[in-house]
Design a protein around this ligand. Structure first.
Ligand code: NAD
Length: 480
């Protein structure tokens, strides 16, 4: 059985404790590898090596840093097949999805920040004839990057790439549920010539290894993506230590269908935005709000197409919905379906576990589920389920749908379907979401700031925002 290793000071090593945790393939429901059960001692070693590497990495000419990051991107491209398979084996997602989204976007993250840093700039201001001010931006220091299991390598590199590009050294922890791509990534970094200690990847539990990263006094910034509850805990620990914090958290995103939409586009993309990655994308539209005049037509077509989605072996080219990430998560999703029924919801499709014949017989599959008849305030419509479960509700007016859309504690993303440009602008401006897609979903331009409002997060990542996050500003004012 493969034993995944930590990557500390340029070496691949087990945890100090010598203990291991099982890593499951959720499509097969069996252990297929093990990860180091790291604790604060491993984090201490990682911080020591990151501190040692900081002076030379942070002062290395930007073009040289950029070259190394580009070599890492080339390594991702070279290991494309192995990484995609690892992503699917760890997470349960269709291999095809890993090949079209996760791995290409991981490579794009490295390339984007490798080249963005070459164009990063600071500002100068002249105060009348009195003084000239110029602002410097210097790398923050040793930072912690903690990522979730849903888009493992994509979100891991989303944090690491800007940190390294900005000149920080990093202690990173991938999710304990999906560690394999980060392990392969550490080998790619070694081969690309990343100096020892610049990036340290420590595997293990959030409550142990993750918490030790947050608490470490010499880690000065934390970039975290994960659940809102974990985010609250992290903020409670890190804020009194005055650490710089970026939190990318959960969502309960509205998908708004106006009657004047391009109906075909709205239905087909809504299938994708509801059930891609088994609904385990923070940006999935889990509350579909449909204008009453097209409600019946939309519901009928949406149910018909959802029933055609093939749930099955992630390795199969035809599979559209793979396994959920763990047995625990599957049970959580199933419990929300029971809750929806108790709240008066009508399950129109799915609603149960699916047994897939063959090697996946023990896997954690749930059929894409559509629920009608719930009100906005019920728990099913307020809490993040993070699975292949959507609710559909009718609305009558623009004011009403804006109120519905903004009615949760989250504010990550929203989607609007309309051919009326004025309406698209008007509604977009009133939605409390960090990103709003009009007539599309999941299109990302890496230059744009990314992040949630309300309980979906604090701070913005992406583009210059990410490079700014990982640097410290200083203004120098010189009297003329
Ligand atoms: P999670 O919060 O359970 O775990 C995320 C990471 O934090 C893991 O690596 C985990 O080990 C670590 N962790 C857990 N407890 C910790 C602690 N006390 N200290 C430090 N680290 C700790 O989230 P998850 O279940 O892995 O991911 C699903 C969640 O992530 C969903 O809520 C989803 O919406 C959210 N998410 C948000 C975005 C976004 O960009 N806003 C993107 C993807 C996922």
């Amino acid at each position: 059985m493969v034993r995944i290793l930590n990557y500390i000071n340029g070496e691949l090593i087990p945890a100090v404790s010598g203990e291991w945790l099982d890593n499951y393939n959720p499509a097969e429901g069996r252990v297929y590898s093990q990860i180091p059960d790291s604790n604060e001692k491993d984090i201490e070693e990682a911080v020591t090596s990151a501190k040692k590497a900081f002076p030379s990495w942070s002062t290395m000419p930007m073009s040289e840093r950029s070259d190394i990051l580009l070599k890492i991107a080339e390594g991702i491209d070279r290991e494309f097949e192995a990484l995609a398979k690892a992503e699917s084996d760890d997470n349960g997602k269709p291999l095809k999805l890993a090949k079209t989204i996760d791995i290409p976007r991981a490579s794009a993250n490295m390339r984007f920040f490798a080249t963005a840093i070459l164009h990063f700039e600071s500002q100068a201001h002249q105060t009348d004839q009195l003084a000239v001010n110029y602002t410097t931006r210097t790398p923050l220091g040793v930072v912690g990057c903690i990522s979730p299991w849903n888009l493992p390598l994509y979100l891991f590199t989303w944090k690491i790439a800007p940190a390294l590009a900005a000149g920080c050294t990093v202690v990173a922890k991938p999710s304990e549920l999906t560690p394999m791509t980060a392990y392969l990534f550490s080998k790619i970094c070694k081969e690309a010539g990343l100096p020892a200690g610049v990036l340290n990847i420590v595997h293990g539990l959030g409550s142990k290894a993750g918490q030790a990263i947050i608490e470490h006094p010499e880690i000065v910034g934390i970039s975290f993506t994960g659940g809102t509850t974990t985010g609250k805990r992290i903020a409670a620990t890190a804020a009194p230590m005055f650490k710089k914090l970026s939190l990318e958290l959960g969502g309960k995103n509205p998908n708004i269908i106006f009657a004047d939409c391009d109906f075909e586009q709205a239905v087909s993309t809504s299938i994708y935005s509801s059930f891609s990655n088994q609904g385990e994308i923070c940006l999935c539209g889990s509350r579909i709000l449909v204008e009453r005049s097209v409600y019946d037509r939309f519901v009928e077509e949406f149910i018909k197409r959802t029933k055609k989605l093939s749930v099955g072996d992630p390795a199969d080219e035809e599979t559209r919905v793979g396994a959920l990430v763990s047995e625990e998560h599957m049970n959580k999703v199933l419990s929300y379906i029971e809750l929806a029924k108790a709240e008066g919801g009508k399950v129109m499709s799915g609603g149960e576990r699916v047994v897939v014949r063959g090697r996946c017989e023990m896997g954690y599959f749930v059929a894409p589920t559509i629920i009608l008849g719930l009100n906005q305030q019920c728990r099913t419509n307020q809490e993040e389920i993070f699975g292949p479960v959507v609710t559909i509700m009718p609305f009558d007016t623009e004011e009403e749908v804006i109120e519905f859309a903004n009615s949760t504690a989250f504010g990550l993303s929203a989607t609007i379907w309309t051919e009326n440009l004025k309406k698209a602008h008007r509604v977009s401006h009133q939605l409390k979401s960090g990103i709003i897609w009009v007539n599309c979903w999941l299109l990302r331009d890496l230059r744009t700031p990314f992040g949630g409002m309300k309980q979906s997060g604090v701070g913005r990542e992406g583009g210059w925002e990410a490079l700014r996050f990982f640097t410290e500003q200083k203004n120098i004012c010189i009297k003329l």
